[in-house]
Ligand binder design. Structure first.
Ligand code: HEC
Length: 198
């Protein structure tokens, strides 16, 4: 009697195993059976696809009227030396406390976008200058030392004289990081000049 019960249990187990094997078959051209498929498949909208969730039917929404993206440049400056001075008074470097990661990133931005003209130590002797580009002034002069961060940010954003605007190449926060790195170079130069000569 016991044997018969065991056989029934084994038979049921066999059926379960065979049906599980059949259900979980791996045909890679076909989707497998999914448990709660709704949790796996979300309903994404492509940026330019129609979207019934918004009244204008678009997925990509325009910024609200009268708002400005947090990283956008304040729009009330023009490319003039006067506005550069004004920017120096009004704009504050958001990375003023100079975290090491920001300075490190600033060094990379400087190496890619400033060094070709300004040179590795910002003395105005970059590779382009060695090939005939009009040399920029050193960024270690009293004039550059006394410039506010905001004025430098304005110069990088709008250009000055022979220096082109780099606004389309460098994102605003990275411009501030480059300024931060120029400050680091200036501090290093000041420390070196104060060191006693051996
Ligand atoms: C294509 C070459 C070039 C590049 C790239 C460049 N500069 Fe300049 N920069 C110049 C020249 C030339 C001047 C001098 C402009 C003038 O007043 O005629 C200058 C001036 C400046 C000044 C003002 C210095 C002063 O004493 O008036 C600052 C600050 C400055 N650059 C920072 C930067 C920073 C930071 C970067 C990178 C984000 C950069 N520049 C990239 C060529 C360049």
């Amino acid at each position: 009697m016991k044997l018969r019960k065991l056989n029934i249990v084994l038979f049921i187990a066999l059926i379960v195993i065979i049906s599980a094997t059949w259900m979980l078959r791996r045909d890679f051209t076909e989707r497998n059976d999914e448990f709660l498929p709704g949790m796996v498949e979300s309903v994404p909208f492509d940026a330019f696809a129609p979207n019934p969730n918004f009244t204008d039917g678009k997925t990509l929404q325009s910024p609200l009227h009268g708002t400005l993206s947090r990283t956008a440049m304040s729009i009330h400056y023009t490319a003039t030396p006067d506005d550069a001075l004004r920017a120096g008074k009004e704009l504050i470097n958001p990375l003023k406390d100079g975290q090491p990661a920001d300075v490190e990133r600033g060094q990379k931005v400087f190496a890619s976008f400033c060094q070709p003209c300004h040179g590795i130590g910002s003395k105005g002797d970059g590779l382009l200058v060695q090939h005939g580009f009009p040399p920029p002034p050193s960024l270690l002069t009293p004039k550059a030392l006394s410039m506010n961060d905001g004025q430098m940010f304005h110069i990088v954003t709008f250009g000055q004289g022979n220096m082109p605007s780099l606004a389309s190449q460098i994102a605003p926060l990275d411009r501030w990081r480059a300024v931060l790195y120029v400050r680091t170079l200036q501090r290093q130069a000041a420390t070196l000049s104060q060191a006693p000569t051996p």
